[in-house]
Design a protein around this ligand. Structure first.
Ligand SMILES: [Zn+2]
Length: 222
């Protein structure tokens, strides 16, 4: 192989390597992991909300108020006319509190009725996604192993190719990662390439420009 062919092969190997590296960075399980996080978050938020409602003191407070009201109403039935006005004054705010508590209890009941039936479905989804994730793991591992194998093969061939090129050419390529074409006898930097170097380039050799440090070959797409 000429230096030009070797350099183009080197470029090709590096491009493939970059592609496989990108594929290896990608997490093939991320869709499952995101779904798992979403379902588990929803389940924990709803479970916590149910716990909060169930441990709420509304029912106890309501029972206390009802007892107080019953007591006052008992006194009212036995009271004199002077006491009646006082007792009625005491009763009014208690009845308001009772109404507010009943309202709250009703809302909590409705919320529980909405939330509780959702839990079994969410638990089932959680198990399902967990299972899907576990099932996807071996396939993902296989994908990664396959990429690693290909990358190792590319690295081996890269070693073979660079060993066949002059050290200076390899160094320049390593520094810039690029190879350029000679155009109308000139380098990228417009410098006219001396005749005998042009002949060498035509023969398939690579040439390093002293002025701009470019790596020049005859044809990028031979
Ligand atoms: Zn140049």
């Amino acid at each position: 192989m000429t230096q030009q062919q070797l350099l183009l092969r080197l470029k090709d190997l590096d491009e493939q390597t970059a592609r496989y590296e990108t594929q290896r960075q990608r997490n093939g399980l991320s869709a499952y992991e995101e779904r798992l996080a979403r379902v588990s978050e929803e389940l924990s938020v709803k479970t916590a909300r149910i716990g909060l409602i169930e441990s709420d003191s509304t029912e106890t407070e309501l029972a206390e108020i009802e007892k107080a009201i019953a007591r006052l109403e008992g006194s009212l039935s036995r009271s004199t006319s002077y006491d009646t006005a006082l007792l009625k004054n005491e009763l009014a705010p208690l009845r308001e509190q009772k109404a507010a508590l009943e309202d709250r209890a009703l809302h909590q009941m409705l919320e529980l009725e909405e939330l509780q039936p959702q839990l079994p479905g969410l638990r089932a989804s959680l198990l399902e996604v967990q299972q899907e994730l576990e099932e996807a793991r071996p396939e993902e591992q296989e994908r990664l192993d396959n990429l690693t194998m290909r990358l190792e093969a590319l690295a081996r061939e890269r070693g073979e190719v660079t060993a066949l090129l002059p050290q200076e050419v390899v160094n320049v390529y390593a520094k810039t990662g690029r190879v350029d074409e000679i155009k109308q006898g000139r380098c990228r930097c417009r410098l006219e390439v001396p005749d005998h170097f042009q002949r060498q380039i035509r023969a398939g050799n690579a040439w390093v420009c002293n002025t701009c440090g470019s790596l020049i070959i005859q044809n990028l797409n031979p």
